[in-house]
Design a protein around this ligand. Structure first.
Ligand SMILES: Nc1ncnc2c1ncn2[C@@H]1O[C@H](COP(=O)(O)OP(=O)(O)OP(=O)(O)O)[C@@H](O)[C@H]1O
Ligand SMILES: [Mg+2]
Length: 174
């Protein structure tokens, strides 16, 4: 017997930082306590812009800045937002020791910049936001649920969003 799991991903193109913030803001309506969103992209790709838009839509009025010199910043909104930046992380063990996995995160949404630095320590139950592009170029943003539970985010991509050809990923367990 073959159990095939097909999870759709969506690709959205944003033309400027406001477009990336607006996309994130629309997605934030799907946020539930305990959610994990990994933000992956080069320096200046727009990970922090995404976090700003997401946070604003959660009702956070404090200014969300890159938490580069602390591992995790916490903001109060409709749900608490935990904003993690692993750019300066030496290794994954440091993140875990530094409190990345914190009980309070079950009550809020965690956004992790440079999440790929955690490698296998990153839980599979998450939404990946892969941002491709730099400078003034448009960003190609791939939204990829790592688990069925995160497909709800894809349903909130605005109708008006410029989407690139939707790709399907298929994983088969035998
Ligand atoms: N479509 C776009 N989406 C997001 N940012 C854009 C876009 N177009 C231009 N920008 C600009 O790119 C920069 C993105 O910066 P941001 O701090 O969000 O990147 P980052 O991925 O968090 O980088 P770092 O790895 O240094 O934390 C901003 O200056 C923003 O104005
Ligand atoms: Mg950043």
């Amino acid at each position: 017997m073959v159990i095939a799991e097909r999870i759709l991903e969506r690709i959205v193109v944003t033309r400027d930082a406001a477009g990336t913030r607006a996309l994130a803001g629309a997605l934030a309506a799907a946020a539930r306590p305990g959610d994990l969103i990994s933000l992956v992209g080069d320096l200046g790709a727009g990970k922090t812009q995404f976090a700003k838009g997401f946070g604003a839509a959660l009702g956070i009025t404090d200014t969300i800045v890159s938490p580069s010199f602390v591992l995790m910043a916490e903001y109060r909104g409709r749900l608490p937002l935990f904003h993690v930046d692993l750019y300066r992380l030496a290794d994954a063990a440091d993140a875990l020791a530094g409190g990345l996995i914190d009980d309070r995160q079950t009550e809020g949404v965690t956004l992790v910049e440079w999440a790929e630095r955690l490698a296998d320590a990153l839980p599979a139950e998450r939404l990946d936001v892969l941002i491709d592009g730099a400078g003034d170029d448009p960003r190609r943003i791939t939204l990829r649920p790592g688990h069925h539970d995160y497909v709800r985010y894809l349903e909130l991509v605005p109708e008006t969003a410029e989407t690139a050809a939707a790709a399907e990923t298929a994983e088969a367990d035998r």
